[in-house]
Design a binder for this molecule. Structure first.
Ligand SMILES: *Cc1c(COP(=O)(O)O)cnc(C)c1O
Length: 451
């Protein structure tokens, strides 16, 4: 193999056929979600107005593997397996003995990992006579992924986009519309949850979720789709890590020493890392597994592990998770997909149990790393993904100091070609770091319900 051959692919017979469910291997079971009214554990009936039965069962299953339905695999084949690259030129630039690999999800139709779950979600809904899906979107990637999947299965798609993103990222809205979806600025005037806020409010994912859930609950043929956080979403994303394990073996590696992903709601991070965590729990590999978040929305590193709502209005079940408080509205940083007050209960549980680690970085360091990465590897990373790059850079430089030959695996969750405004801010020196103040954190946490 020449030094330039840096991409590792899989043959037809090596393709992933099952998603992996971490719950089957956890030493202790994660705490159950609670009904927002009764505060009792939610049952399948409570979720039925919002989700089709197959997804509800995936939400609670303890089976280790779930087969990927053939119609979903057919769509996956368009862009999967996603490539695993060796970042040789970046390694050289950093002068590190570490071997850096990145799993690139930017090759999907929507440009991010989110298509991995939008396709199965729409598929299962289509089996149940659902004609319309509602959802929220932050930076726009989830809305794009769901809109595309809906167009494949002949379903309507209505998206509430966080106001701050709607105003500053018109191209994202256009892309959702290209794929056939309809976009509303959140907070909108169409829902009670939206009307609780002034029309020019910058919005938040929490508010947008409330709006989408409210409309879905009112109409029998409309259901709701969530792009992150829930167990079934994380399950679908494990196709990333299952492929990465196989590809790493093809690259001649016996395993990873560090696995790094950015974490907003936790889905791309879990998707890459949970199959590695399975190997770690089984004792076949011993990677450090690291979630990276922005200092302006430091859910895992500064939030509290307790029951909180997934949305602002308190319509969703209470989930035991790291949270900054469901009222928390993070500052409008460029990594829109990382601006969520909570974190997937499964990721939260694994962090709380000490199985994985978390760290927070300033966005300026992230963009600096992303520029270096673009100039050596030729890929413009999504601002979210740049958090994983920056942490990998730190690990690679530490390896240069210590002379350690470690294997670093990065989740590159998406491309940033629609986020050039963010790169422009950085290049022209207009990008500011805005770490969360203690007062703002205390005020938001004071609103978390006592359970
Ligand atoms: C949505 C998004 C994220 C954050 O969501 P997770 O559920 O934490 O993965 C990260 N990167 C990209 C490119 C995204 O689109």
């Amino acid at each position: 193999m020449s030094d330039d051959q840096v991409m590792f692919t899989l043959d037809e017979s090596e393709q992933v056929t099952h998603w992996y469910n971490l719950v089957a291997d956890l030493p202790t079971p994660p705490p159950p979600p609670l009904h927002p009214g009764t505060r009792e554990p939610v049952g399948p009936d409570d979720l039925a107005p919002l989700f089709p039965i197959e997804l509800i069962m995936q939400e609670v299953t303890t089976e280790r593997y779930v087969e990927i339905p053939e119609p979903v695999r057919e769509v996956y084949r368009q862009y999967r397996p996603s490539p695993l690259f060796r970042a040789r030129r970046w390694e050289q630039k950093l002068g590190t003995p570490a071997r850096i690999y990145y799993k690139y999800e930017g090759v999907s139709p929507a440009g991010s990992h989110k298509t991995n779950t939008s396709v199965p979600q729409v598929y299962y809904n289509s089996l149940n006579g659902v004609t319309r899906l509602t959802t929220e979107t932050g930076a726009g990637q989830w809305g794009t992924a769901l809109s595309y999947a809906c167009s494949l299965f002949g379903m309507e798609c209505e998206v509430w986009q966080v106001g701050a993103s709607y105003d500053t990222k018109p191209q994202r809205r256009t892309l959702i519309e290209v794929f056939g979806g309809t976009v509303h600025r959140s907070p909108s005037r169409m829902t009670e949850s939206g009307k609780a806020f002034p029309e020019d409010h910058p919005g938040s994912l929490g508010i947008a979720i409330s709006e989408a859930v409210e409309l879905a609950a009112q109409d029998e043929n409309t259901k709701y789709a969530l792009g992150s956080v829930l167990n079934h979403v994380l399950l679908h994303q494990t196709v990333i890590g299952e492929e990465a394990l196989r590809q790493l073996a093809k690259a001649g590696e016996s395993g990873a020493d560090v696995v790094i992903g950015c974490a907003g709601g936790g889905s791309n991070f879990a998707g890459l890392s949970f199959p590695f965590l399975r190997e770690k729990l089984a004792g076949t590999q011993s990677p450090r597994i690291l979630a990276v978040e922005p200092t302006s929305c430091p859910t895992l590193t500064r939030g509290e592990y307790r029951y909180d709502f997934g949305d602002t209005a308190g319509l969703t079940p209470l989930m035991k998770m790291y949270t900054l408080g469901h009222d928390f509205v993070p500052s409008p940083i460029h990594a829109g997909g990382l601006r969520y007050h909570g974190m997937a209960p499964l990721v939260s549980h694994a962090v709380h149990e000490g199985l994985i680690e978390a760290t927070a970085l300033h966005q300026s360091e992230c963009f600096e790393s992303a520029l270096e990465f673009a100039r050596t590897q030729g890929i413009v990373a999504a601002p979210e993904s740049s958090h994983a790059l920056a942490q990998a850079r730190r690990e690679a430089l530490a390896a240069a100091e210590s002379g350690e030959e470690k294997v670093i695996v990065i989740g590159l969750s998406g491309h940033g070609l629609l986020e050039l405004g963010a790169y422009d801010s950085f290049l022209s020196g207009r990008l500011e770091d805005d770490p969360l103040s203690q007062e703002a954190l205390d005020a938001a946490l004071a609103e978390v319900p006592v359970v």
